[in-house]
Design a protein around this ligand. Sequence first.
Ligand SMILES: Cc1cc2nc3c(=O)[nH]c(=O)nc-3n(C[C@H](O)[C@H](O)[C@H](O)COP(=O)(O)OP(=O)(O)OC[C@H]3O[C@@H](n4cnc5c(N)ncnc54)[C@H](O)[C@@H]3O)c2cc1C
Length: 466
Amino acid sequence: MASVGAPASARRPRRTTSRPVLAIVGAGASGTLTAAHLLRAAPGQWRVVLIDRGSHGTGVAYSTRDPRHLVNVSANRMSAFDDDSDDLLRWCRAHGHAVGESDYIPRRLYGTYLRDLLVRFAGPRDLDLVRGHVIAINHDREESEFALELRDGRRVVANAAVLAIGNPRPAPLAPTHANSRVIEDPWDPDALERAKHSARVVVVGSGLTSVDIAQTLTAASTVTQVIAVSRHGALPRAHLATKPTAIPPPVTLDEKALGLEDVSRAIQAAVSAQPSQWRSVVDSLRPLTADLWRGLSLDDRRAFLNDVKWEWDIHRHRMAPPVAREINTLLAAGRFQVQRGTVAAVTTTSTAIIVHVERDGERRDIVADWLINATGPASALPSAEDPLLQQLLARGLATPDALGIGIACDSTGALLSAHRGANARLFTLGPPRRGELLESTAIREIRAQAKAISSILISQRSAAHR
Ligand SMILES: Cc1cc2nc3c(=O)[nH]c(=O)nc-3n(C[C@H](O)[C@H](O)[C@H](O)COP(=O)(O)OP(=O)(O)OC[C@H]3O[C@@H](n4cnc5c(N)ncnc54)[C@H](O)[C@@H]3O)c2cc1C
């Protein structure tokens, strides 16, 4: 395996030899799992070039250095392989971590597991890890190779390509352009360092990222207070220590197309009937979510994203029990506060940032040291800082999905081009499929998509050799 920083494959244009080459753009969980699935299922048959502008194997979620940041899914459900659900548990134990099935492991440990998958399944000449920013992919004819251009001028030539580019970064906080007391990207591992040891930090958004921030900043200094401000002022709910009882879903997929109101009513009825079982109701919908989502009209899907998604998210993406305990302690001590409101404007003085928050027509000011953007991935595609997506859209190799929040693709993840239908050798997986599937960011979905892409590539190669 070539090491990062010594990208033999990218020094000069490479012609594909007898083995086909798969280029994967993005080496977070999605790219890493795609590489691991292909190398595991077809050892020695493919050469994989895994390209990332940052480090390999961790991406946004698993690059945190803070051991308090735990995964929000228990260890027995985060294996890289759905046909081997104990893989993560065995790996943890083999590496000296006493992890039980229902434990929630540190996300940085999960990042080490992901990185190790590459070592486990790649033969000596099967994998090139390339550090670089892909800014364009050229693919002129159906049968031609893909030519990937990196920002520094290097090129990678491949027979197939996968866009594992993750979520767009959060949209900048509108009123706060280029303000030196605003941290726009809370997922940059170095970003929070600047805010450590402050007296007060305001976070916009009260989802799981705000929870991460509260944990890190309050642990760094006993004087720091974190105030999260969001439209709804609601924190994610917590997992129970034990797995919720499995129950049948409150809706079924029959011939009658269900609207958003039908689904909402059915969920509310099921929760009202058994309020203490709300987790079971939410979890029961997981296998149906993509089909229910596809069955909604475009207007209903938009209405869900605008008005309902926040409530779905806080019940669906829950805090690990140890994280919830820590957050409750911080809330009780006033060191973490969650307030309902929207940030209308900010002003800065020489020593502080003043955050003007509006709620029910009233305005109040919070004086803080830092303002952090934890509003979640930007909803519009492409973001201004993404030259690759801009190029793919301009060339017609990619098109936005119907909601304009992800990349249009068929049910296998093959990109739908503007002119030619599905491109059977250009795929995407993970967050870029959120418009099509709604739930497309958790490991459970990503590993299934990675496996499906690798199976298609393997059968295409077998067909070519027949
Ligand atoms: C804070 C957080 C915690 C989470 N916790 C969990 C959890 O506990 N359990 C769970 O199941 N899911 C969790 N998730 C969901 C998570 O999104 C997925 O598990 C997964 O990490 C998504 O990985 P990805 O590879 O698709 O995206 P990313 O992690 O964003 O990786 C994309 C990679 O692509 C690279 N890239 C993008 N464009 C280019 C380009 N043009 N050229 C080169 N490189 C490029 C980026 O540098 C990046 O490394 C969490 C998500 C977040 C944000």
